[in-house]
Design a protein around this ligand. Sequence first.
Ligand code: PLP
Length: 468
Amino acid sequence: MSQGEHNFEELHFEPAPALAEEVPGPRSREMLAEQDALESSARSYPRSVPVAIEEGRGATMKDADGNTFVDFFGGAGVLNVGHGHPDVLAAAAEQERKLVHALDFPTKPKLRLMTRLKGLLPGALRERAKFHFGGPTGSDAIESALKLTRTHTGREAVIAFQGSYHGMTTGALSVTSDIGFGGPASSPVHFMPYPYCYRCPLGLEPDSCETACAKLLDTSLEDPHSGIPKPAAILIEPIQGEGGTIIPPAGYLTEVRRIASKHDVPLICDEIQTGFARTGKMFACEHDGVQPDVMTLSKAIGGIGYPLSCIAYDCELDTWRQGAHIGTFRGHQVAMAAGLAAIDFMLAVDLPAHAAALGELTLELLREAQAGLPSVGDVRGRGLMIGIELVHDRETKQPWPEMAAQVRTECFHRGVIIEVGGHYGNVARFLPPLTITRELMLTGTEIFVESVRAAEEALARPAALIAG
Ligand code: PLP
């Protein structure tokens, strides 16, 4: 075991993966058909990973037919301490007996959670933060952050970034870059290029660009003829998740922080996916030593999947009036108790260090394998937030979304669940529970590599047949 690593063997089903038969099995098929008859056509994950899940433990899941999978998806980055973590389950059960719903009254779980969170925040937020709990989803936290900064500054416009994903409610959609989701076109949101260095939107090279994308942000705020009014906020993911695990070069976020301060614009860091040890630090903005004015938190904050979200922000912004942002479900006491227990566990075992160590190891393995896998254009990651970009050709970098989808299917048939994202839907993504063991991580990664090989063969087949 390398430094920082732990052996969390007892937290998972063993053995994993373990498939009794072809997946999906008969029970999964039946349940998928039942779902098809009952549920909206907008459902998404079970269409690409056709399985009915019965039980989860750590970084493993059992389906309705008794097959065991390695979970490299982690509930889209929610399950940082894994499915059904015993400490978290115990805390949740104890709280459930006492109190579940409390609007926004003070309760012990809430006060303890805020105090613990405050102690983890970057920079002066550790002393100066205030919290606001809105609705329970990440999108709700984005709504709160937008409303807070708009109220405080009296401005309307917001700067977001190309490739961003912030959620599905109307306000969150307006700052999400994917127009396929049907965001409101009239929102005063301006999208700036994100440092997607593998495909630089400005056509530059990272060695010589001098972060021109950050300069464009600066000049757009400076220039009265840029067409961009002074915004209420700059909203950024410190690492883009759904956009394809895009990691800005060192210093970029620091530069955005400097530009935001220079123009007196609050900086919102969306840590909904990157937070709580995911990237090898408690929060991803810490990699650059950046302190945002507002942080949006959700996903892993609810421990083992209880819905909860909040914003943490500098007390100077705390200028909204009583009742300015209310709601019925703003204080799920079980989620708060669960979140607190999860954070305590993360701190007790130094989960960020474990994620960092396993992330390094996984990247190394993937980069070694890349040489023999022509469709793998780029391998990138930080901690256990990893992306593998699949392309037709490494020279042209033409995105290959069909390859990513095929790899996901091949992985599924071998017992590993992954997700796909990216601007072009061509990035295979790993977001496993951070309590995953080295063995499970290595096994899953080997299966992934084998799956890419199989997908390359499968997609080459029709062309070869035509050629033959
Ligand atoms: N922000 C980021 C960075 C996300 O990754 C997500 C969801 O994936 C959201 C916001 C929206 O969270 P939710 O799906 O809980 O509304």
